[in-house]
Design a binder for this molecule. Sequence first.
Ligand SMILES: *Cc1c(COP(=O)(O)O)cnc(C)c1O
Length: 387
Amino acid sequence: MVNLPIYLDYNSTTPCDPRVVEAMLPYFTQKFGNAASRSHAFGWEGEEAVEVAREQVARLIGAEPKEIVFTSGATEGDNLALKGVFELYASKGNHIITVATEHKAVLDTCEHLERLGGEITRLSVNSQGLIDLQELEAAIRPTTVLIAVMYANNEIGVLQPIKAISEIAHRHGTLFFSDATQAVGKIPVDVGSDGIDLLSLSAHKLYGPKGIGALYVRRRDPRVRLAAQMDGGGHERGMRSGTLNVPAIVGLGKACELCGQEMAAEALRVGSLRNRLETGLLHIPGSTVNGSREHRLPHTTNISFSGVNGEALLAGLGKDVALSSGSACTSASIEPSYVLKALGLDDNLAHSSLRLGLGRWTTTEQVDYAIGRITQTVEKLRELAYK
Ligand SMILES: *Cc1c(COP(=O)(O)O)cnc(C)c1O
C-alpha cells in the first residue's frame, strides 16, 4: 500500500531536499554571522557562504556570479525586474509587452505600472498556450522597454519559444525578462544561449527552502540597469537592500547544485511517470490534455474532465491525492483558471480541470494509485450527475 495522501502538487511547492537542509543547518547556529559584517570572522564566514551559493545559482543558468541578486522569491524577482526596468528606463519609454497566461506576480505588477502611467500589451495565446511571434513583433513600439514572457507556465507546463522571443526583442533593442521559476532546475536553462537579460527563479520550486530566490541581471551585451525597489544598506550592489538570509541562500545554492547534477536523469524518470499518469487518465472518457504536449515541462500535465464539477472532484480526492485544480483561489470564491480560459476553454471545462505536478519523490505506485482514485471519483461524480 502507498502512504496517503499522495503529493501531486509539485508546481505549487516542493519539499526541501534533506541534503539541502543539512547544508543549511550550521548557518542558523554556529555560523550565524551577518554576511555584511566586514570586520570579523563571523561576517567573513557568512559572506563566503553567500558567494559559494551565488556561484552555484549562476552555474545552473549559465550566468556570472555577479549577475545574481538574491531576493525573497520569484514574486519579488518579478516585481524588481518589471518595476526596476520601468523606473530606470522611463526616459526611453513606458511600454511593456507581456502575455495573458503569465503568473499573477507579473500580471498584477503590470497592472500596478499601468496605474503609474505605463502602457501594457498583453499578448494572447493559441489553444496550445503558445504566443504568436509575429504578433509579438508587431506589438513592439519605439517606447517598448521590456518584453516579459515566462519560460514555462505553472498551470499547464507549456514552454514558450524563448530563443525566438529573445532574438525579436534584441533586434528591436528591447530588453527581455523571463520568469523561469518553473523551468530552472527541471530543464536546461542558459541565459547566454537563450538570450535572456533578466530572469527570476525561486528556491522552493526546486527542492530548496521557501522565502528565497534570485533575479539574474545581465551585466554585458547589454548591461541591464535597475532601479532598486528596496532601499537601505546597499546590499546586492544596491539592487536589493536588506540583511541577507544566509541559511536560505546556502539552501538555494545547494538545491541548484543538486539540480545541475541530477536534472537530466530526473527529467527522464519523472517524465516517464508523468506520461504513465497522463495515459492512464486519458482512458477516462471525455478527458483532454490542456496546452501543448510537445513544448512542455517533463513533470506537469493539466487535464480536463468534461461534465465533472471541479470543486467536487477536488473535494472527493482531497484526503488522498493532493493536487490543485486549474483554478486560482481568489478571496472566497473559486474562479476558473484564467490560464485555461486564455487557451479557449469555457468556464465549465476550465473548472473541471486538474493540474498534476510530479517530482523528485513521486513513485510508480503513487501514480498508479492516483490513476485509480481519480478515475473512480470522476465516474462517481458522473453517475450522480445523471441521477
Ligand atoms: C511559484 C511561482 C512564482 C512565485 O514564486 P514565489 O517564490 O513563491 O514568490 C512566480 N512565478 C511562477 C511562474 C511561479 O510558478
